[in-house]
Ligand binder design. Structure first.
Ligand SMILES: [Cu+2]
Length: 349
């Protein structure tokens, strides 16, 4: 099942119909067995009566039909449609073909196809066996959407001018006499894609081929985090909607109620640029996207694209010397979920 809709999350359940048009159905749903996410086999089955999806999701699942001749109703529920709508009618009819299987495939046979959840890679300069248990240091922290607490989002319609902490430069300042820093809305880590390009940053996040990193990802409300090229390992979590054991995927729902979601990256051999973004296309199009760059291990010029006032590489999260907005974005991201500490040098008192 591929969810190409936008912008809402949806929970889907399969119900046994009481009539051919699914005007009425049994309220108890049928169990489904998820075997892959984003085309990558899961290391164990995930059984659930709800297939929960967010924009950009792909779920492979198996269903054992309860009877040879029956109609099933696929019902989808969204935040604005809690009673649900029938989105597909499934007819099971022996006249349509010969049954080939009575039971679902064996779990061990299917999960044997899953990629291993630990591997060898360079971490912090050392060759390491990487797993959610062995790599605990958080190398990069991402927050999806960080509005400044108590502020109204600025009106950015039709205007891609730079956000700024300097009221003289900031056309979106709400009150020129009380300057405050604002995060553009939407954003990733208080930064917006086109602002960063206009300010001349070649990329937003740099990593080295052959390495792995642990990333901590949070959301102010809820967003499907999506990254291109290399799938990432989702570490065990407390989700009751999705597989909560370590598994690979390339799109992951992150919501405020769950706190941080940790992933392990594995930058294998590809060098070059690609994007990570929220998979809600309206958010992505408004700037909730980053440019990621993978450099070869010996390409130091790629790894360090100039230095900031303290000698730190700009490409490793540093800011250009006069870029107060970038400094504020770092402070806000590091502090999250708390508000950033007031800093008159950046934002006024
Ligand atoms: Cu989003």
């Amino acid at each position: 099942m591929i969810y190409a809709g936008s912008p809402d999350e949806m929970g889907m359940k399969l119900h046994v119909a009481k009539d051919a048009q699914c005007n009425d159905f049994d309220l108890t749903p049928i169990e489904t067995t998820q075997i892959a996410r984003d085309g990558i086999t899961l290391p164990q089955f995930f059984k659930s009566d709800t297939v929960w999806v967010s924009p950009g999701y792909r779920v492979d699942l198996m269903v054992k039909m309860p009877a040879e001749k029956q109609t099933l109703c696929l019902v989808g529920r969204r935040p604005n449609d809690l009673t649900g709508s029938v989105i597909a009618i499934v007819d099971v009819d022996p006249a349509a073909g010969d049954p080939t299987e009575v039971n679902l495939p064996n779990e061990a046979e299917v999960t044997a196809l899953a990629p291993p959840t630990s591997w060898e890679a360079i971490v912090d300069g050392q060759k390491t066996t990487v797993s959610c248990d062995t790599v605990k240091t958080v190398h990069q922290k991402l927050v999806l959407l960080v509005p400044t607490p108590g502020s109204q989002p600025p009106d950015l319609t039709g205007d891609v001018s730079l956000m700024s902490c300097d009221p003289a430069q900031n056309p979106h300042e709400i009150d020129p006499d009380a300057p405050i820093c604002l995060c553009p809305d939407p954003n990733i880590s208080c930064r917006r894609f086109d602002d960063r390009r206009l300010r001349g940053y070649r990329s937003d996040r740099v990593a080295v081929a052959g390495t792995s990193e642990r990333w901590e990802i949070r959301a102010f409300d809820g967003h499907p985090f999506h990254i291109h090229i290399n799938p990432f390992l989702v570490c065990p979590n407390n989700s009751n909607k999705e597989p909560n054991f370590a598994h690979f995927r390339d799109t992951m729902w992150v919501q405020v109620e769950d706190g941080a979601r940790d992933i392990l990256t594995h930058f294998k051999t590809y060098t070059g640029q690609f994007v990570l973004h929220c998979h809600k296309l309206n958010h992505e199009d408004e700037g909730m996207m980053e440019l990621v760059e993978i450099c070869a291990p010996d390409d130091l010029e790629c790894q360090c694209q100039g230095t900031d006032a303290n000698g730190n590489c700009i490409s490793q999260g540093g800011c250009k010397e006069d870029d107060l907005q970038c400094e504020f974005a770092k402070t806000a991201t590091d502090a999250y979920p708390l508000p950033p500490a007031p800093n008159p040098a950046l934002c006024g008192p």
